[in-house]
Design a protein around this ligand. Structure first.
Ligand SMILES: CCCCCCCCCC/C=C\CCCCC/C=C/C(=O)SCCNC(=O)CCNC(=O)[C@H](O)C(C)(C)COP(=O)(O)OP(=O)(O)OC[C@H]1O[C@@H](n2cnc3c(N)ncnc32)[C@H](O)[C@@H]1OP(=O)(O)O
Ligand SMILES: Cc1cc2nc3c(=O)[nH]c(=O)nc-3n(C[C@H](O)[C@H](O)[C@H](O)COP(=O)(O)OP(=O)(O)OC[C@H]3O[C@@H](n4cnc5c(N)ncnc54)[C@H](O)[C@@H]3O)c2cc1C
Length: 666
């Protein structure tokens, strides 16, 4: 995307055998999406107000103030330029700095939209849209995060005053973690146990004002602050994750979000026909966005590692000629190219998940709740799968860049630090896999009942065939047949689920059985989710994809993604009898050959992400490949090099050196 200067990767770019500009459009999702993304990326990169190369050098206070400044400036630009919602979302993406606005737009607003009545939406959304109030999503407590039903904060209805009294009865009931809460939010959607007439009606959301709109001071009964520094410098420390305690704070009755359950003026609790699980709807929405974010974070790391692997040379010089580019080592390819393929795979499954979420939202509006369990299982499972894979991949990319990958200027340490909490927030990844496993066990248990599995479990309707089929691959080329690959993944996923179900049936207490077998159940859930990713990649290839060579590159990447999983999880495929050792070996042979096909296109495949150098924030990943002079120049900019002799020399170094001198003389 960058222009000017000498292009050290030009030769690499000439090797590619496909139309990169068309691939950029496939990656972006549409020509329109590409144009918006490209324009906004350039806008951010060219504006010094969005500089981010100094983040690691700032103290926490400076860092946080800097984030406030950027967020205010971004809002000003959104207004001045009259950006659409799509453009504003891209602006946030390219600014590339977690901020309170993520929670305001990403959770507070969706919570009111999804759980508020029409009347509540009309009252609160205009204020939130104009940012006249700023909100956060205050669910997790010091004592409970995963177990939402275990939350302790109470909201007790007072019929005398027509109010709820929000209270934190114990230390462990303190809200703990909500982003944007610590220093910024004026309001929260706070989750609390609804108590009416002494009866506990479970956890519900309440809009609570936390700070004065005049002077930002906490309102009476509110204790609020930041929970402290998090992993890494810079990284997620731009966010004010907070602690909050309520001391009998009163709010009007109409500030309980009442789409799912209503409390009347008389204190009657009325359940609407909307399922209770809709209270968890905001999490479903965000999990879906996290899957697309995974492809962004992963593609960014892969772009850095791929470009640097083409620049870096070690060993293999022939007759004084250049040494080997490390990207030409088969081991480097077998570590890097599956990650490149995963970035594309997650992009396409993210697109599909967005469609699924939109579909379920439209159905919910029409009071059709039938696809809610499927949406929950898919968003939970894919969030878990893609974030775990991406976190591991970023670290692998750091290692692929050797020693220089460990420098902050490689961009990888900060990317890792900022990304890894995605494995925990919006649901711990293991806890989410177990939700998928419950859904799978339910589906398997209904197989004989005549109820046809649909959606992501539709393959289970062919259980009779998949339980006994034998893989037909006999030659290396057979592993390039989508049907052969898909059937192997379907058979493995089904057989692992059925094995779990059979083992579960041996327990008289199903919950005890579920706990005992939970590790196997999590693995079955992974197999199911990997099948979804593979099948959505295959489906993508059935679309009309223009551009010379574009579809062929995607086909290669699809098989790299599938066959590397098959290789990595050979144990599953072999132990369930889905493939033979000979077939596993043929698949691996095919995989090696696919790496050779990726190699000449690798740089162009990462160029297709269309990332600016500003967004990448990496000396190693520079578009022009001019790595060494930049690394060298950057080193001198470190504050430690401001003086030749370091501060502290006279106090701490000189006395030690003198001591050695004296000892030597003795
Ligand atoms: C102008 C500028 C524009 C800028 C735009 C900016 C956009 C920004 C976008 C930013 C996006 C993201 C930012 C990311 C920031 C992340 C910040 C992080 C936030 C958080 O972490 S919030 C807290 C998240 N917490 C959790 O995820 C908790 C995890 N736990 C749970 O979800 C659940 O409690 C559970 C799933 C573990 C369930 O436990 P359990 O006790 O067993 O369940 P029950 O409550 O009894 O219910 C069981 C039945 O309910 C079904 N179920 C469960 N969950 C759901 C669900 N979500 N949906 C539907 N159904 C659900 C479950 O399957 C059971 O069903 P069954 O009875 O078996 O039929
Ligand atoms: C950066 C960041 C931002 C966050 N932002 C917000 C926010 O804005 N709002 C908000 O409300 N919350 C937020 N959270 C909180 C987050 O949602 C929770 O931390 C998350 O849901 C995990 O819950 P936990 O901390 O209780 O983990 P725990 O459940 O205590 O997990 C600890 C370990 O126990 C295991 N475990 C737990 N239960 C089970 C089980 N049933 N079976 C098997 N293993 C289990 C887990 O796998 C994990 O290994 C944020 C967290 C982070 C890190």
């Amino acid at each position: 995307m960058e222009g000017g200067g000498v292009d050290h990767l030009a030769e690499e770019r000439q090797k590619s055998r496909f139309d990169v500009d068309e691939m950029k459009i496939v990656w972006a999702g549409s020509r329109h999406a590409f144009e918006v993304s490209d324009r906004v990326a350039r806008l951010v990169a060219s504006d010094p107000a969005f500089r981010k190369d100094n983040r690691n050098l700032l103290s926490r206070k400076e860092l946080f103030k800097n984030t406030l400044r950027k967020a205010a400036y971004a809002w000003k630009r959104i207004m001045e330029l009259r950006l659409t919602e799509e453009e504003a979302a891209k602006l946030r993406f390219f600014i590339d700095e977690p901020a309170y606005t993520d929670l305001h737009w990403g959770m507070f607003v969706p919570a009111i939209k999804g759980q508020g009545t029409e009347e509540q939406q009309q009252k609160w959304l205009p204020l939130a849209y104009k940012m006249q109030i700023i909100g956060c999503y205050a669910q997790t407590e010091l004592g409970h995060g995963s177990n939402v039903q275990g939350l302790e904060t109470t909201a007790t209805f007072d019929p005398q005053t027509d109010e709820f009294i929000i209270n934190s009865p114990t230390l462990t009931s303190s809200k703990w973690w909500p982003g944007g809460l610590g220093k910024v939010s004026t309001h929260a959607v706070a989750y609390a146990r609804l108590i009416v007439n002494g009866q506990d009606h479970g956890v519900h959301g309440f809009i609570v004002q936390l700070r004065s709109l005049d002077d930002h001071m906490p309102l009476p009964g509110i204790t609020v602050g930041d929970i402290g520094m998090k992993f890494g410098s810079g990284a997620y420390n731009t966010m004010d994750n907070g602690v909050l305690r309520f001391d009998h704070v009163r709010i009007p009755r109409n500030q309980m979000l009442m789409r799912v359950l209503q409390v009347t003026r008389e204190g009657k609790v009325v359940q609407s026909d909307v399922p209770r699980q809709l209270i968890y709807g905001t999490m479903v929405y965000v999990r879906q966005t996290i899957v697309s974010d995974a492809s962004s974070a992963l593609s960014r790391a892969v772009c850095i590692a791929t470009r640097y692997s083409a620049v870096r040379r070690q060993f293999g010089s022939q007759k004084g000629g250049p040494e080997t580019q490390v990207i030409d080592y088969k081991t480097q390819q077998s570590r890097l190219f599956p990650l490149l393929a995963s970035a594309y795979a997650f992009r396409f499954v993210g697109e599909w998940l967005k469609w699924l979420y939109t579909d379920v939202t439209q159905r919910l509006q029409a009071n059709d709740f039938s696809t809610l369990p499927e949406a929950h299982a898919c968003t939970a499972g894919l969030k878990s799968l893609t974030t775990s894979a991406t976190a591991d991949a970023i670290e692998e990319c750091r290692k692929l860049c050797g020693g220089h990958g460990y420098l902050t200027s490689s961009g990888l340490p900060e990317l890792f630090a900022v990304y890894i909490p995605a494995c925990t927030y919006e649901g711990d990844n293991t806890v989410l896999l177990l939700q998928v496993a419950r859904f799978l066990m339910k589906t398997v248990s209904q197989l004989g009942s005549g109820k046809q599995p649909v959606g992501s479990t539709a393959y289970m309707s062919r259980a009779e065939h998949l339980m006994q089929c034998r893989c037909s691959a006999q030659r290396v080329e057979d592993w390039l047949k989508p049907d052969v690959v898909l059937e192997a993944f379907e058979a493995r996923a089904l057989r692992m689920s059925v094995a779990c179900a059979q083992n579960l049936s041996k327990f008289s207490n199903p919950e005890e059985g579920f706990a005992e077998l939970s590790a196997d159940l999590a693995e079955a859930a992974i197999a199911h989710c990997q099948l979804i990713v593979v099948s959505k990649f295959v489906e993508k290839l059935q679309q009309d994809i223009p551009g010379q060579g574009v579809k062929q590159q995607l086909q290669t990447l699809c098989f790299v993604y599938s066959l590397h999983l098959l290789h990595k999880h050979q144990g599953d495929f072999l132990s369930t009898g889905c493939i033979t050792p000979k077939q596993a070996s043929l698949a691996n042979e095919q995989l090696r050959s696919l790496y050779s096909q990726v190699r000449p296109n690798a740089i162009a495949l990462v160029d297709a992400f269309n990332y600016t150098d500003h967004y990448l924030g990496s000396v190693l990943g520079r578009y022009d490949g001019n790595v060494y002079p930049t690394l060298y120049e950057d080193a001198w900019k470190d504050p430690l090099n401001d003086s030749v002799v370091p501060d502290g020399y006279h106090e701490y170094l000189r006395p030690v050196l003198k001591q050695q001198l004296r000892n030597a003389r003795l």
